[in-house]
Design a protein around this ligand. Structure first.
Ligand code: ASP
Length: 705
């Protein structure tokens, strides 16, 4: 384990949860901290980011929650197969099963519109002073948070007025300390160009997800379109492809072991600057509960989908999303158990506390910071089991969402004066109809019933003190499960909220009637809604308090980590670099950094996760068995980096990032070269598949290959 030992004030502190300079999702503003030339980059720094001219950053695009890059001057984007999956599922039906069969637009007019939006980072600016302006004078945490939000809102508004054509966002880089304003160019018409067959794009399925060795062709192509005036349009009827300021050249020769590579991308979220208690909360409550609940949902959907192709397609995206999270969480839990990440973070915190206590000036300013953080977490942990479950009740069940919302609004309606009633209905129902419909939608009645039964059972068997009053009656039954199942069976069909059509009609045509509706699920759903609101209020108070405490904790840490301290990932543009490199994740296990076509054929089967159609097998049999498929590198990536271009020392595209190894999933909490490896699909495999399977010579030509 990498350790950085510091001698401070006579105390020996080991900051093992932080690391050497190799760690790093560098914001563009921090690029100067690395000697990239020494590391192996053969380009001037300016060609990566240049506010005065063109640079690689302009070839980067955030597509939905993923990253992509332009690979032609006609708006062609390469990203992951799994980033296009939702759009492919939405475009599919049993007659046009693009998920299974893949999709290649032979001509531009056949490219399929999606609801994906994309953005390009145009410029950025440090706005910490403006965001924090006036905050010091406010001691109440809630008032401070409000002021901070108001400052941000004002800044965004002012900047938006100056640049009406751009999207303005202020991102928190270090909580309560550092803020950056980003200006983005938005692209609103993104269409599917090429998606390989699922057996290629998702080869290995969930068995291989978050796993090395890997043989997945996790890539796809999309195209950005703009309106006649060159401005982004929802659906650009004139079919004018966007001309990016920069696009990536492809290096068809790829890379070899130990070569320098770098990634630009939009990593989503990491938690490296959080206290030890945060990790404990994740490890003891959040990850075990969510992974078992998601597993349960997946099992139900798979079972129902097995008999019904349309259902299988309808559930495909949700299953994939839940499965991705649950396996990631299991990887993290295993990682936390095998490493000393939590113990190290505790030790670090204790070391810092001791240091503070030994210095009167520091003690005065920071003396109670760690205790106060601890108190907040103790409070949170006391009802964590119930609170996590409450959150899932309304996000997993459309019926419960609608019943809870209506019950809660009926309560509020009682206090609304006659003259204000129409306004109340308009605000709470008419204006929110689209969201209410979406959150209340029911994917399938049998699935919904199974989820409700399981959710109620969990609630009724919560420990005393956390159990909601409305579920007490069930918990007193001799067979809790049986009584809950009977209750759901008896009442499901009677509920207005299980009948989406009827509920939607009421919502749209006579919303006032909802104020009189009586429903068998409303008593429980209303009670749980109230509990959830109470929890959210308490959580907001805790977060507000942490907004003051965590910056202080970061202050203390920063005093000892001046050169290596980096902000956590927050979906803003980052740079990371490293080398093509294998590793040894466990005793006697050694991994090489490249996989080959021969490995696909070894794994291939005629069913399950390694299913490969016979004609694809034949095609791959005719390729060189040692053709590279995927590769491994010691860069610092996380979710959101999916689809990021992997570039060589000259900035040419050599692969597309799509995953991390199982042991690397804990790098969200602490990065370490020993266990962190990311996985990309090699550009050589992409080109092979596009040409031989996709018959996409026109795309190769467009990319200049
Ligand atoms: N495959 C990953 C994801 O879906 C990418 C990563 O987290 O490294 O989020």
């Amino acid at each position: 384990m990498i350790k950085k030992t510091l001698i401070a004030l006579g105390l020996c502190l080991s900051f093992s949860s932080f690391s050497t300079l190799e760690e790093g999702m560098f914001p563009l503003s921090e690029l100067h901290r690395v000697d990239l030339e020494k590391a192996g980059l053969k380009l001037p720094l300016k060609s990566i980011y240049n506010p005065e001219g063109t640079s690689l950053v302009q070839a980067l695009v955030r597509v939905g929650g993923c990253t992509g890059s332009f690979v032609s001057n006609e708006g062609l984007i390469i990203t992951n197969h799994h980033c296009a999956f939702g759009a492919v599922a939405a475009a599919s039906d049993p007659e046009h099963d693009y998920i299974t069969e893949g999709f290649m637009a032979k001509e531009r007019s056949k490219e399929i519109p999606t609801s994906i939006k994309a953005r390009i980072t145009a410029s950025y600016e440090d706005v910490s002073a403006q965001v924090l302006n006036g905050l010091n004078a406010i001691s109440d945490p809630a008032a401070r948070s409000m002021k901070l939000d108001a400052n941000i809102e004002q800044l965004v508004k002012d900047e938006q007025a100056k640049h009406p054509d751009l999207l303005i966002e202020v991102s928190e880089m270090l909580q309560g300390k550092s803020y950056t304003l980003f200006r983005y160019q938005e692209l609103k018409d993104i269409r599917l160009v090429y998606v390989p067959q699922r057996s290629i794009g998702e080869f290995g399925g969930e068995s291989d997800n978050w796993v090395w060795p890997r043989h997945t062709g996790d890539f796809s192509f999309m195209r950005a379109y703009v309106g006649k005036d060159g401005q982004p349009a929802e659906y650009a009827e004139d079919n004018i492809p966007y001309t990016p300021k920069e696009f990536l050249k492809i290096n068809p020769n790829g890379v070899k072991e130990n070569d320098f590579v770098f990634i630009l991308g939009y990593p989503g979220r990491t938690y490296r600057n959080q206290p030890a208690q945060f990790l404990e909360y994740q490890n003891t409550y959040q990850m075990p509960y969510i992974s078992q609940w998601f597993d349960f949902q997946i099992e139900q959907m798979q079972e129902l989908g097995r008999e019904d192709k349309a259902l299988e397609i309808a559930f495909a995206s949700r299953i994939k999303r839940l499965a991705n999270t649950t396996k990631n969480y299991k990887g993290k839990m295993q990682g936390l158990q095998r490493t000393s990440v939590i113990a190290d973070r505790k030790k670090d915190d204790e070391g810092l506390m001791a240091m503070v206590n030994n210095d009167p000036a520091l003690k005065n300013e920071y003396g109670t910071v760690f205790q106060e953080i601890d108190q907040i977490y103790q409070e949170k942990l006391a009802t964590a089991q119930r609170d996590l479950w409450l959150g899932q009740v309304f996000s997993s069940s459309g019926l419960f969402f609608s019943a809870g919302y209506v019950a809660n609004r009926q309560e509020a309606y009682k206090d609304v004066k006659k003259a204000d009633r129409d306004n109340f209905i308009a605000m709470e129902f008419v204006n929110r109809a689209a969201t209410l419909k979406r959150n209340g939608s029911i994917a399938h009645p049998e699935l919904e019933k199974r989820l409700i039964k399981a959710l109620l059972y969990y609630g009724a068997t919560l420990p005393e003190g956390q159990r909601p009053a409305s579920l007490e009656a069930f918990s007193k039954e001799s067979d809790i499960k049986e009584s809950i199942d009977a209750f759901v069976e008896k009442n499901y069909a009677k509920s207005l909220f299980s009948n989406t059509e009827k509920y939607t009609e009421m919502l749209e045509k006579s919303p006032a009637k909802l104020m009189k509706v009586k429903d068998p699920f409303m008593e429980i759903a209303g009670d749980l809604w109230t509990q959830l609101m109470k929890y959210q209020d308490a959580e907001k108070k805790r977060q507000d308090a942490l907004t003051i405490l965590l910056p202080k904790m970061i202050d203390i840490r920063q005093m000892y980590q001046k050169s290596t301290f980096l902000p956590d990932a927050n979906s803003t543009l980052r740079f990371t670099y490293g080398y093509i490199r294998g590793y040894s994740p466990a005793d006697a296990e050694v991994h090489n950094p490249f996989t080959h076509v021969k490995g696909i054929l070894e794994k291939a089967s005629n069913s399950g996760d390694y299913y490969l159609e016979e004609y694809i097998q034949k095609l791959l049999e005719s390729a060189d068995p040692m053709s590279i498929v995927c590769f491994l590198y010691n860069l610092d990536t996380t979710g959101g980096n999916s689809g990021s271009p992997i570039m060589d020392d000259k900035g040419q595209l050599v692969g597309v990032n799509f995953d991390r190894a199982y042991t690397a999933t804990i790098n969200d909490f602490a990065w370490n070269e020993e266990y962190s490896r990311s996985i990309g699909v090699d550009i050589r495999y992409v080109l092979l598949i596009v040409k031989e399977l996709g018959k996409g010579d026109h795309l190769l030509k467009e990319m200049g290959v």
